[in-house]
Design a protein around this ligand. Structure first.
Ligand SMILES: [Zn+2]
Length: 322
């Protein structure tokens, strides 16, 4: 990407590792293919540390956070061993807590080409089993294509029951890692931990291999047959944020002043002569209708002057700031 909508002035040095150090010993029977373009893939094992994820059925079974990490490792291993020209980054490689903001930041700041989040599901109905893959919007062709390929592999090769591809409208809520990442992004629900049989499958080495190799095959097909750098993120721009306030001096977005907002707040600093240098914004919406709804919500919460700001890839004015 030659230009970015904004740059981060301040950011923490994030630690992550490529998978090469972990790559398994080469198996001569493995078919290695080469991606036509260099591809950076961020693999995101959901939850971690103090956040165990969905409840496990018994103490002899693994927490969701650990299943996610197991599957993520296997996926990263297959990709780095079997597709050349691919760089794998993880949002975490150990059992540690990583916030959703940090996960998004790792993907965006590394200018990743694909984002794959790994989770396991749970339901009050214990007979439910199978996989589903989430995306931000069915209108995002690249995310949709990738998600379809993964679900097809779950169904046809791994013999899973596929619940298909779900977007924000289907699930009626946003998933932050899909909403705020700049690149095609999917969130895979690998199976239901609330179903005894499927939980045992997810805990088994064989089950984890099947799940990881299905995701791997879907991703590989996408990389080899569909991915072009020019397509990347084209549908995630422009997007809309809602500005709720500006200030002369920096105000911590986590301060009690913003308590009623009850949403993630991004602070930007403008390079203008305007003395109200700091802008406080919420949301990342992909339609004017959604952005207008957010404006109304903010007005109800007391931000009477809330308005929409459009971010295109070339918007130069706004910079993320501390
Ligand atoms: Zn989860």
């Amino acid at each position: 990407m030659s230009s970015r909508s904004f740059i981060f002035l301040y950011f923490n040095l994030l630690l992550f590792f490529t998978h090469s150090a972990l790559a398994q010993k080469s198996d001569p029977s493995v078919v290695v293919k080469k991606a036509p373009f260099p591809v950076t893939i961020v693999i995101d094992p959901g939850h971690g540390g103090k956040d165990p994820g969905k409840p496990r059925g018994s103490a002899s079974k693994k927490h969701e956070k650990d299943l996610n990490l197991d599957i993520a490792y296997r996926l990263g291993g297959y990709l780095s061993e079997r597709v050349k020209n691919v760089k794998i980054l993880y949002t975490r490689m150990t059992d540690k807590y990583v916030s959703l903001d940090e996960r998004v930041k790792i993907a965006n700041e590394n200018n990743a080409d694909l984002f794959i989040s790994i989770h396991c599901n749970s339901s009050n109905n214990r007979s439910n089993y199978g996989t589903q893959t989430h995306i931000q919007s069915h209108g995002f062709n690249e995310s949709r294509k990738l998600a379809d390929l993964v679900e097809k592999q779950f169904r046809d090769r791994a013999g899973r029951k596929s619940w298909g591809v779900k977007d924000k409208a289907d699930r009626r809520h946003n998933l932050q890692v899909l909403q705020y990442t700049n690149m095609p992004a999917i969130l895979v629900e690998a199976g239901f931990m609330s179903n005894r049989k499927e939980e045992a499958f997810l805990n088994s080495g064989e089950g984890q291999s099947l799940i990881a190799s299905a995701i791997f095959r879907g991703v590989r097909t996408y990389i080899l047959e569909h991915y072009k750098p020019s397509k990347k993120g084209q549908q995630k721009f422009p997007y809309y944020k809602v500005q709720i306030m500006s200030s002369i001096k920096y105000v911590d977005p986590n301060s009690s002043k913003f308590k009623s907002v009850n949403r993630r707040i991004d602070v930007f600093k403008t390079d203008t002569s305007n003395k109200y240098k700091y802008q406080y914004m919420v949301g990342r919406e992909y339609s004017k209708a959604d952005a207008n709804r957010l404006v109304q919500e903010m007005k109800r919460k007391g931000y009477k002057d809330a308005f929409i700001v459009t971010f295109s890839k070339t918007t130069p004015v706004y910079r993320s700031s501390k």
